[in-house]
Design a protein around this ligand. Sequence first.
Ligand code: PMP
Length: 457
Amino acid sequence: SASSFRAFESAAAALYAREAAVYAERRPRSSAACRDHGAGFVSNVPLHWMLDWPMPFPMVVAEAQGVHIADIDGNRLTDFCLGDTGAMFGHAPPPVVRALAGLATRGFTFMLPSADAFAAGDLLAARFGLPHWQVATTASDANRFAIRAARAVTRRPKVLVFDGCYHGTVEDTLVDLVDGRTIARRSLIGQVADLSQTTVAIPFNDVDALRQALAAGDVACIIAEPVMTNCSMILPEPGFHEALRALTRAAGTLLLIDETHTLSTGPGGYTRVHGLEPDLMVMGKPIAGGVPAAVWGMTAAVAEAFAAARDRDEHGHSGIGTTLSGSALQLACLRACLEEVMTEEAYAAMLDRAAEIEAGLASVIRSFGLPWHVARVGARLEVVFRSAPLRNAAEARAAAMPETERALHMMLLNRGFLLTPFHNMVLVGPGVTNAEAAAFVAAFADAVAELSSSAEA
Ligand code: PMP
């Protein structure tokens, strides 16, 4: 009810202040480093996002290995953020470290294929089902290039996204659906071109809206996460992916699936596990073990049309590619990651532990009688502040409890567990033990008990 929502939020604000003080007290060195030595950077950090965590100041990391992270003040945490997915298969995976060491005397980047580059292409095709791939340096770029290719191939102007999406810094996707209209996301800085001219946003899980949006025949591609993971967690309703594929095929619109986060589902990603049939697919972040790399794959038909589009123009400035993309560094790490890190065994351990944590959190939620639930896509879980599954971003926005979320983060952090900021997201890497999973559930129970009793007081 509204009153318990308000009671929770105001109790959470008070608990947050207490926990933030505990955090700061344990981190004199991190605090001094950020204050005294950061002047070379804007706002004292190398990337301004680092100020968006719920902590009062960032902890300064000394090292991270596997699923553990330690700061310069000697605090060691179990890491369920994993660099917001960049380290989903663990920090500094040994096979990737060996690949890096092997390059030490052989060079990193030539704008030419390296001897082991070709093996990585075959591995991608075999695992993810699409026959042809290209390498980029970030998932943002891979999405940008895949969209450009889709427009070239279809010769259509528009991109369709689902409200609440995040696909990186791609302008075409940085929109929101407000009162039925697509507008540039209000947080976007320095945007000049009117994004509503070329992007259409519709609610996830809305087949009628999809049919209508495709009817004009001007949509080059739909870009979608198969499960929305950047607006709380919104699972597809039964039949939604089938409708998405059938309607895009009928309309001549390409389907671009962004698996950057849903690679958590299993080997081959959500696409392979659930038999999706995208025309284009993007993955970034953890695909090369945390070394900056991303890939985009396409069907034979798209690859052929893409090659033909390039032949129409002068070579060079295609708007696709960056100088360091496809480097020996990326390919060696990509290959090591696919062959030796993203294994069946690694996934099995991640999924088992994630299922245990999901069951544990759900039972805590039940025992406190809270109107919350846990959503999960493989190794990725999200605590959602309402009892029914979310259907779309409007519902996700309505279910937000920012103070409660912030307080939960800090309480769990002070109890030894790091969660992903802007989410109640738990990403379970390989190597989390049963004991750690149980300790995390106990810490969550403890935090919820405090929140509930302060909300009642
Ligand atoms: N796609 C998805 C689904 C993402 O969640 C993100 C980042 N959170 C990106 C793309 C962009 O990744 P990057 O910031 O590494 O470019």
